[in-house]
Design a protein around this ligand. Structure first.
Ligand SMILES: NC(=O)c1ccc[n+]([C@@H]2O[C@H](COP(=O)([O-])OP(=O)(O)OC[C@H]3O[C@@H](n4cnc5c(N)ncnc54)[C@H](OP(=O)(O)O)[C@@H]3O)[C@@H](O)[C@H]2O)c1
Length: 263
């Protein structure tokens, strides 16, 4: 989910719920709430029809499609910051977001691109994220005081480094630090481990889920993952049942695009 190039125009989107038509303005139906006074955390994830989040290539791109990339592009254009776990940044080859002409009306009064914010214990951050071009925003890196000192020094020289005490960066630390920077429209693109931590902390406001017409079988993780083996990840004791409300359901080329808001 890391493409920065403008995708080709997919077929039309139709709005299934609330009942609409085919003239769907994606920027309007995915607009963040007005007048935010705190960070609003939106996740954008893609799953197969049987609930898998990672395809045979080890990436989510096996599930993606032109309409999915179109929605992802609009969501990036609307947000103030793109937040990812370091594994997603490494596996999906994340790079600083490049400006798009179609974003100009969406980003009026803001930076031309949203920065990428990466969460990492090891500080094994893709080199490209630490070398933004002149039109690209400086990367924000969240880590802990237990990260190797020489890596902290190296990253601090090239990125906005936020160091948190302890062995894990809590979702609340991330939300607070982004809020202090005035980055209220948060878009997390996962991965499943980082997303699980936000759900467990009750800090996910919105899930934008693409249901892609593929079956991946039992070996593929869900869009949320985690377990006792992962430091800081949720355990069975943190399973919670949070009601969400469907704000809309769109369809394009057999893909369903659901937008769920926390009640
Ligand atoms: N279907 C989808 O929509 C979708 C979306 C995104 C990704 N994916 C797929 O998911 C896979 C990667 O996701 P993932 O769940 O394995 O990993 P992830 O959530 O992207 O990243 C996990 C890593 O983030 C860092 N991290 C997470 N929580 C942390 C915390 N509380 N404190 C400090 N660091 C923390 C650690 O980085 P370090 O290892 O650097 O310490 C950890 O190893 C890839 O295969 C990707 O293609 C799918």
């Amino acid at each position: 989910m890391a493409s920065n190039t403008a995708p080709p125009d997919p077929g039309p989107f139709q709005q299934l719920l609330p009942r609409g038509g085919t003239d769907v303005d994606l920027a309007s139906v995915y607009a963040y709430p007005d007048d935010l006074d705190r960070p609003w955390v939106r996740a954008n994830m893609v799953a197969s029809a049987d609930g898998g989040a990672i395809g045979p290539s080890g990436r989510s791109r096996d599930l993606s499609s032109a309409p999915d990339r179109r929605v992802m592009g609009v969501l990036r254009g609307l947000c103030d910051v793109v937040l990812v776990g370091a594994a997603t940044a490494r596996v999906e080859g994340y790079a600083p977001v490049r400006p798009r002409r179609t974003w100009e009306p969406l980003r009026r009064g803001r930076t031309r691109t949203p920065p990428i914010a990466v969460v990492s214990r090891t500080l094994d951050i893709p080199e490209r994220l630490l070398a933004p071009g002149p039109e690209e925003a400086r990367t924000i890196v969240f880590t802990t005081a237990s990260a190797p000192r020489e890596r902290r020094d190296r990253v601090r020289a090239r990125a906005d480094l936020v160091v948190v005490d302890g062995v894990s960066v809590g979702p609340e630390h991330i939300v607070n630090a982004l809020g202090e920077r005035g980055l209220f429209r948060v878009l997390t693109e996962g991965g499943p481990h980082l997303l699980a931590e936000f759900v467990a902390a009750g800090l996910l406001d919105e899930l934008c889920l693409t249901l892609s017409p593929h079956l991946l079988g039992a070996g593929s993780p869900r869009v949320v993952a985690g377990g006792p083996g992962t430091p800081g990840a949720p355990t069975r004791a943190s399973v919670r049942n949070t009601p969400v409300r469907m704000a809309h359901l769109l369809e394009a080329d057999g893909n369903l695009f659901a937008r769920y808001l926390r009640e």
